[in-house]
Design a protein around this ligand. Structure first.
Ligand code: ZN
Length: 133
């Protein structure tokens, strides 16, 4: 029992750390995008500026989505089911949870879900399953 508590504590600390790093990165990205918007157009530089601006935007948006996932995960951590695969009940690896904080399935079950899109709802045995009966 204390074991699962410790696992949660470990992942919680790492998710908070990750969240802080992402917020720092987004502050830098916001500044870069602001500079890009006010920068004088320069022919020699235009192409590279455009592509780096796109890249910044993509990264920024991805970070925002990740921050939302982390916020949801941090709320869910109080719940003992966090980090447990909804399909097989096995512990989802910390590595996977750090990459995808909102992961509901372990990697094996996720692969199965991915192979059968539409058969499983987002929470596992969802609407698709009962509709098929
Ligand atoms: Zn599983």
């Amino acid at each position: 029992m204390s074991n699962s508590r410790n696992l949660h504590l470990g992942i919680e600390i790492r998710l908070r750390e990750k969240s802080r790093k992402i917020e720092d990165e987004n502050a830098v990205l916001r500044e870069l995008m602001r500079q890009d918007m006010t920068a004088e157009p320069d022919f020699a530089d235009q192409a590279s500026t455009a592509s780096s601006r796109d890249w910044n935007m993509i990264r920024y948006n991805r970070n925002i989505a990740l921050l939302k996932d982390i916020a949801v995960a941090l709320k869910a951590i109080d719940n003992d089911s966090y980090g447990t695969c909804e399909m097989c009940g096995e512990h989802i690896s910390d590595r996977r949870l750090l990459a995808i904080p909102s992961a509901l399935f372990c990697i094996e079950c996720q692969e199965m879900v991915d192979r059968h899109p539409g058969e499983f709802g987002r929470t596992g045995l969802g609407d698709g399953m009962s509709a098929a009966v």
